[in-house]
Design a protein around this ligand. Structure first.
Ligand SMILES: [Zn+2]
Length: 246
């Protein structure tokens, strides 16, 4: 069992969260551990998969000195810097092939917001898992209902929806997704999407619109700024050659 999972008691404040002010033992101030505690709670509530935390930050994004990757990272940095002021709820749509680092950048946006102590509930959601959860909720004896699955997605101030279009949803699930995404936009809650698909046919001959439907695709135009990452080598195969660990 990792020590991170054990309840940590701060030696300085004995877990109370308060320490005496130096020179005035009758007054207290918040202990430094409280910032770390809040940060850990937010990271854990954000649902960011273990494989992306803590290493997925903007700092650790490997840009290979490539102009497209640098520009993508700069755009995400601008988004984080301006948070929580966003351009009327507009989010980002990170498009491009496998291994381009889209998920790294999307996760980094959430991590940077938490690490810098900026406000807001941030949430990571994998598209395929979401679809599976929604479909499982159709079972009559499902443990978790649809509204319980969708509520966190509606309430998060910033949502990452990773691998949009990685599975093809039924028309009914497409409608649910449209409802969620449109509601977020209308309540000025931005979403950062990543997708392997683009507006040109991919290796499977499919465009993004073929995977998520016309209505959702056209809504994404209005509610996100598109960042297309293409023409860069797959970082996973590149890493094997260079021996880098990312
Ligand atoms: Zn403490």
């Amino acid at each position: 069992m990792s020590s991170a999972l054990l309840p940590a008691t701060c030696a300085r404040c004995n877990g109370s969260g308060w320490v005496p002010l130096s020179g005035d033992s009758l007054r207290v101030e918040p202990c430094g551990c409280q910032g770390d505690l809040r940060r850990r709670q937010r990271i854990s509530a954000s649902n960011i998969p273990r494989r992306y935390y803590p290493h997925c930050t903007l700092e650790t994004f490997y840009d290979k000195n490539n102009a497209i990757l640098k520009s993508a990272r700069n755009r995400v940095r601008e988004f984080v810097d301006s948070w929580p002021m966003t351009n009327e709820g507009r989010g980002l749509l990170l498009m491009g092939g496998c291994g381009a680092g889209k998920t790294h950048l999307a996760v980094a946006a959430l991590v940077e917001i938490i690490h810098s102590g900026k406000p807001g509930r941030v949430l990571f959601c994998n598209f395929q898992e979401l679809i599976q959860d929604i479909q499982a909720s159709f079972d009559a004896d499902a443990a978790v209902g649809k509204s319980e699955i969708l509520r966190p997605l509606l309430e998060a101030d910033l949502l990452v929806l990773d691998e949009l279009g990685s599975v093809k949803p039924t028309q009914f699930v497409q409608d649910l997704l449209y409802y969620v995404i449109n509601s977020r936009y209308n309540t000025v809650r931005p979403t950062i999407f990543t997708t392997n698909a683009t507006d040109e046919p991919g290796a499977d001959g499919q465009r993004l619109v073929d995977k998520i439907g016309e209505r959702l695709r056209s809504r994404l135009y209005e509610m996100t700024e598109q960042i297309v990452i293409k023409g860069v080598p797959d970082h996973r195969s590149a890493n094997k050659q260079s021996g880098n660990i990312l």
